[in-house]
Design a protein around this ligand. Structure first.
Ligand SMILES: NC(=O)c1ccc[n+]([C@@H]2O[C@H](COP(=O)([O-])OP(=O)(O)OC[C@H]3O[C@@H](n4cnc5c(N)ncnc54)[C@H](OP(=O)(O)O)[C@@H]3O)[C@@H](O)[C@H]2O)c1
Length: 333
């Protein structure tokens, strides 16, 4: 006989997880379910209230009357992060913040054991990792592994964060002496992610994912103003020439994608994150200066943890601001 799951048992399984609750009338809430009773009155924490006029309000805790609940669902907010295996990566800090907040996450890593150790070092308990994190072993150029990472429990993830970048450089005797060991990693990664997204969203009616590639400053979109301080120009144009050529191609692939008609896109939207040079120690994500493609925040340095946590707070947990969508957001200290 097929096993049955009773409604209260199903809700019980969501304790500690982020859920979306649609109320009678014109309100919707998302938050972490911390308790409920036999009448399905619910207590949510870390809540965002969405009104249908588009406004959102943050609340630390609320009690919802079960009589007014139309529908509750485990949110498809699982995000997909390509993450470095040591402790110093921006996408990894974003992943750690999402796991700690109870988001189901799927990550592609070349060495899963090292990613898991990195999450532990970032304060994510083994219990949380076991409950919320699925790691797929693979290379970003392996289409099958990327497609597998994009689907959790049969549903396509709703946010894709890519922090893929070259991890080794070499010096050559030429005008531009510093060259990436893997010179096409960012463009290949983006080509493969978009192709995989196209494949997994083709048969799905759910909304397509938001894509968050981590790019860089120093390569503003065509027609947009300079986004680095004047003193940085020689360093960026000369020493960082090789990584920037690769990232320019990656950025243009994303721009081409969001220019397509909605029905032909593999994503619903993109927010390209442009951090300044990673150096120094964390000052807190709240202390970052934030700019747009039209009005970039020019600065010398930023830091991986602050950028990763900012991405989680502002782009995954919160709604991206309209001026960042299908463009870039510039972050610097
Ligand atoms: N350095 C800077 O100052 C700076 C400033 C702004 C932007 N950025 C760019 O921002 C992005 C994120 O930087 P970050 O420093 O946070 O990242 P990072 O620590 O350099 O990590 C890059 C990640 O890419 C992964 N990767 C590389 N090749 C891969 C492949 N073939 N398949 C799967 N994964 C692969 C690496 O995996 P493994 O862990 O397996 O090696 C690593 O996790 C990068 O593109 C970087 O260039 C850098």
């Amino acid at each position: 006989m097929a096993s049955q799951l009773m409604p209260l048992e199903l809700i019980d399984r969501c304790i500690g997880s982020r859920i979306q609750v649609i109320m009678k009338g014109d309100k919707e809430f998302s938050g972490v379910l911390s308790g409920f009773d036999d009448f399905v009155n619910m207590v949510l924490e870390d809540v965002t209230e969405h009104d249908y006029d588009g406004t959102t309000t943050k609340l630390s805790k609320i009690l919802l009357n079960g009589n007014n609940i139309c529908m509750a669902r485990h949110t498809l907010n699982s995000n997909f992060v390509l993450s470095r295996t040591d402790c110093g990566d921006s996408a990894g800090f974003c992943l750690a913040a999402a796991l700690k907040a109870g988001y189901h996450c799927s990550a592609l890593a070349r060495t899963p054991s090292k990613l898991s150790a990195s999450m532990t070092a970032k304060g994510v308990s083994q219990e949380t990792q076991d409950r919320y994190l699925t790691i797929t072993q693979g290379d970003i150029r392996n289409s099958e592994a990327v497609e597998r990472t994009l689907v959790i429990n049969g549903a396509v993830v709703d946010t894709v964060v890519s922090g893929v970048g070259a991890t080794a450089i070499k010096f050559v005797f030429s005008l531009y002496p510093m060259v990436l060991a893997d010179e096409t990693i960012c463009r290949d990664a983006m080509t493969n992610i978009l192709a995989a997204l196209r494949a997994v969203t083709a048969s799905s009616t759910a909304q397509k994912p938001l894509l968050i590639p981590v790019s860089t400053t120093g390569i503003p979109a065509p027609g947009k103003p300079r986004d680095i301080p004047l003193l940085w120009i020689p360093f960026y144009k000369w020493l960082l020439h090789s990584p920037h050529v690769d990232k320019e191609v990656m950025d243009s692939l994303v721009r081409q994608e969001v220019r397509k008609p909605e029905s032909e896109r593999a994503i619903r939207a993109s927010v390209t994150v442009r951090p300044s040079f990673f150096a120094g120690s964390t000052k807190g994500w709240q202390s970052l200066r934030v700019g747009t493609d039209d009005e970039p925040a020019r600065g010398y340095f930023t830091e991986r943890q602050d950028v990763g946590e900012w991405m989680f707070e502002k782009l995954i947990k919160g709604e991206p601001e309209r001026e960042w969508v299908d463009g870039g957001v510039h972050l610097t200290h």
